[in-house]
Structures are given as C-alpha cells and as structure tokens.
Design a protein. Structure first.
Length: 280
C-alpha cells in the first residue's frame, strides 16, 4: 500500500513502513484573527491538501494549538531545496491558491513564524503514520496529542547534539511515555522561495512526540520534571542557548492530518531509527 504523495510517500510491505519523510520540512505557525481557526482548518483540509501534494510537496500534519485558540500549526515536506522552490512556485502561482487565497489570508494575522528544518540524523524524519489520510469532508479530531519541543542553540546543531539527544535524552522521553516521532535541526540553506519568509539566524533542535491524549502528555511532562536523568541530560547538552527556555507546542491533529495518534502506530520504524515505547 502506498500512502501520501511526493517526498513523503513511503511503502508499507506488511511489516512496517519503509522510508521516512522528508529531507526538508517546514514547521509553520499561523497567528489568526480571534475565532477564525475552524474556518481556516475547514478551508485548508478541503482545498489545500491534495492540491499541494499534486505539485510535489507533502502535507505531513495539520494541528490546533491547544494552548492558543487562535493559532494553526502545520508541517509540509520537500525532497530538497530546489524542488521546494519549484513546488511552491507552482502552487502559489497556480489556480487553487488564486481562487482561495483571499479567504485564507482573511483568517490570518501573521504567517511568517516558520522554521526550515532537516532531519537531525539519518532515519530521524517522520515515518508516515499507519493508514491512509481521511477523505475530504472528514470532520472533528482523530484524538491524540503531538508535542513539538524546540530547543534554541547558540551554534548550528552538529553531530554532537544529535548524538547527545539519542543517547541521553531520547531514552528518558521513552521511559516517561513519549512516542518519539522525529527529530530535526535547522536547515541552513538560503530560503529558496523569498515570497514566504522563514525565521533566519535561528539554530534549533526540534523533536516531535506522540501521546494518546492530554492526560498522557501531562503525566509525561510531570515525570520529566521529576527525572534526575532528564535534568542531567539537559544540563549536559552541548550548545544550548543560555537563558532561552524551550518552546513546547501541544498540538491536536485535524481530521485530515497524516500524523495522528494510534496505539502502536509506529511499532516498526525504518532501519536506522531508534525504537521507543508505545503510545501512552
């Protein structure tokens, strides 16, 4: 079974997902006019999923920010920076965006909070979740919580931070109930589509974790606060920017998000990726 399109498509051979998504990923956070989020989600899930994937990008996940009712967060992926330019040019210069851009833009105050990312190590990109994307017209929320944690660094994240995360931090995340989905660092290439700004001069390490529900995330967060191993792992992490706390986004998937909670959805990760516990 083949799921998705473009650089995020992977194959399920019956024993697990083969491949990861994607070499280049945008983490996009939109500040919206009060009370307009559901309007944008309805428009996005109806008009902007298949149409973006048709021109060579992957819509990985769409989310409600649980801590800000006027924020919409989503992820899209690309094969490389050159194809990113081509795909974005095709979409934003095409008929679908021309038809719906006024309605979309009317919901937004700010769409420039964008991090351009690449996998932190081989195999650390998103595995496509088990099952097909729900069809257009799907409503509600499939449940589950995705936590995006953004640590700011005082230098580009090298192999040292990635190795430290894998050896010292990820085991603690797993032991406290997190299903680690993916880990990324800043993509340092020049923005190849100037029409859409990104946060420049940022050095970040970002990981995404999956939880069954907000209560499961709450138990995990409380366990991390009590964990000596976690405290020692953070204090020993190389290149963390002093005085700048991490950003933590608690995200609820929309009805058509590819990333959504399923028990043991990620039980078989691609070769080279670390294994974590099941969804708590």
């Amino acid at each position: 079974m083949r799921v998705g399109a473009g650089p995020c498509a992977v194959t399920n051979n019956g024993g697990g997902w083969m491949g990861t998504c994607c070499p280049v990923v945008e983490l996009r956070q939109y500040g919206l006019h009060p009370g307009r989020r559901e309007e944008l989600i309805s428009l996005f899930d109806r008009e902007f999923v298949e149409t973006q994937e048709a021109v060579g990008m992957s819509v990985i996940g769409q989310f409600r920010d649980l801590d800000d009712p006027d924020r919409f967060v989503w992820l899209r992926g690309f094969s490389d920076m050159a194809s990113r330019s081509e795909a974005l040019t095709a979409f934003y210069g095409g008929p679908v965006w021309a038809e719906h851009k006024d309605a979309a833009n009317a919901t937004m105050i700010d769409s420039d909070d964008v991090l351009l990312l690449r996998p932190a190590r081989e195999g650390s990109g998103f595995p496509t979740a088990d099952g097909d994307r729900p069809a257009p017209g799907a409503e509600g929320s499939p449940g589950g919580i995705v936590a995006a944690t953004i640590y700011h660094l005082d230098a580009p994240a090298g192999e040292g931070f990635s190795r430290h995360f894998e050896s010292a931090l990820e085991p603690v995340l797993s032991g406290t109930g997190a299903e680690t989905l993916a880990a990324f660092v800043t993509e340092e290439s020049e923005n190849t589509f100037a029409m859409l700004p990104v946060r420049e001069d940022e050095n970040v390490f970002v990981w995404f974790s999956l939880f069954r529900d907000p209560a499961a995330y709450g138990r995990h967060a409380a366990a991390l606060q009590r964990s000596r191993a976690w405290g020692e792992g953070i204090s020993g992490a190389p290149a963390l920017e002093a005085g700048r706390p991490p950003e933590v986004l608690r995200l609820s998937p929309t009805a058509r998000s590819l990333i959504r909670a399923r028990p043991r959805a990620l039980r078989a990760r691609p070769s080279g990726a670390s294994r974590t516990s099941g969804v708590d």
